[in-house]
Design a protein around this ligand. Structure first.
Ligand code: FMN
Length: 202
C-alpha cells in the first residue's frame, strides 16, 4: 500500500464541523430542504435499501434522525447497524458522505424530541405503522382520527416504536465540485479522538 501524506489543503481537521458549516451555508443560499439526506441500510445478508430522511442535529459527534423502529429501515438497522448517508447541495457544489454505526438514542432524548413536535405530527406517529401494508388511505385517516380520540384532552405519549437514532460516523467524505471534473475529495477516517485525512482522486 502506498503511504499517502495527509493533504495540506484539506478543508480542516474535523469533517463534522465542516459538514455543519456547509449545511448552514446551504440554508443561507436558499437550498430546498438542505437538511434532507439519503440513508442507506442493508439486511444482514447485504441487500441494501435507501430512502430520504431529515437531519435532526449533531450531538457528541453523532448525526440525529427520527423514525419508526418497526419500519423497514428500523428492522434492517436492528439486525445490521451499519449505515451510509449522503447529503448533496447543488447550490454549493458540495457533497458529504458518511458511514458508520447506528445506535438508538436514550428514551429521554426521544421523549424530549417527541414532545417538541406539533400535535398533528405526534398523532401521525401513532396512526402510521410505517412500512406496513395498508388497504386504503381511508384506513390511514381513520387511524389518525382514532389516535386523536384516544389522546383527547391530554398530551400525546411517544409511541414505543418511535424515536431518535444516532449515526456515529467512522468515515466521512467531503466532496467539492471542481472545474474540468477535477473535483476535490477528502476522506476522513476516525483514528482514536481525531481523523486521518486522505485526498482521493475524483
Ligand atoms: C424529504 C423527505 C424527508 C423524509 N424524512 C423522513 C424522516 O425524517 N423520518 C422517516 O422515518 N421518514 C422520512 N421520510 C420518508 C422516508 O423516505 C421513507 O418513506 C420512510 O421512512 C419509510 O422507509 P422504510 O420503509 O425504508 O423504513 C422522508 C421522505 C422525504 C422525501
Amino acid at each position: 500500500m502506498i503511504d499517502v501524506p495527509p493533504p495540506s489543503d484539506a478543508p480542516g481537521p474535523d469533517p463534522l464541523a465542516i459538514f455543519a458549516m456547509w449545511l448552514r451555508e446551504a440554508a443561507e443560499r436558499g437550498a430546498c430542504t438542505p437538511d434532507a439526506f439519503a440513508l442507506a441500510t442493508a439486511t444482514l445478508d447485504g441487500r441494501p435499501s435507501v430512502r430520504m430522511v431529515l437531519y435532526k442535529g449533531l450531538v457528541d459527534g453523532a448525526l440525529r434522525l427520527v423514525t419508526n423502529s418497526a419500519s423497514r429501515k428500523g428492522q434492517e438497522i436492528a439486525s445490521n447497524p451499519s449505515a451510509a448517508v449522503v447529503f448533496y447541495w447543488p447550490e454549493l457544489g458540495r457533497q458529504v458522505r458518511m458511514e458508520g454505526r447506528v445506535e438508538r438514542a436514550s428514551a429521554s432524548e426521544s421523549d424530549e424530541y417527541f414532545a417538541s413536535r406539533d400535535r398533528s405530527s405526534q398523532l401521525g406517529a401513532w396512526a402510521s405503522a410505517q412500512s406496513q401494508p395498508i388497504a386504503t388511505r381511508t384506513e390511514l385517516e381513520a387511524a389518525f382520527e382514532g389516535a386523536r380520540a384516544r389522546f383527547e384532552g391530554r398530551p400525546v405519549e411517544r409511541p414505543p416504536h418511535w424515536g431518535v437514532l444516532c449515526l456515529v460516523p467512522s468515515r466521512v467524505e467531503l466532496w467539492i465540485s471542481g472545474a474540468h471534473r477535477l473535483h476535490d475529495r477528502f476522506l476522513y477516517e476516525r483514528s482514536g479522538d481525531s481523523w486521518r485525512v486522505t485526498r482521493l482522486a475524483p
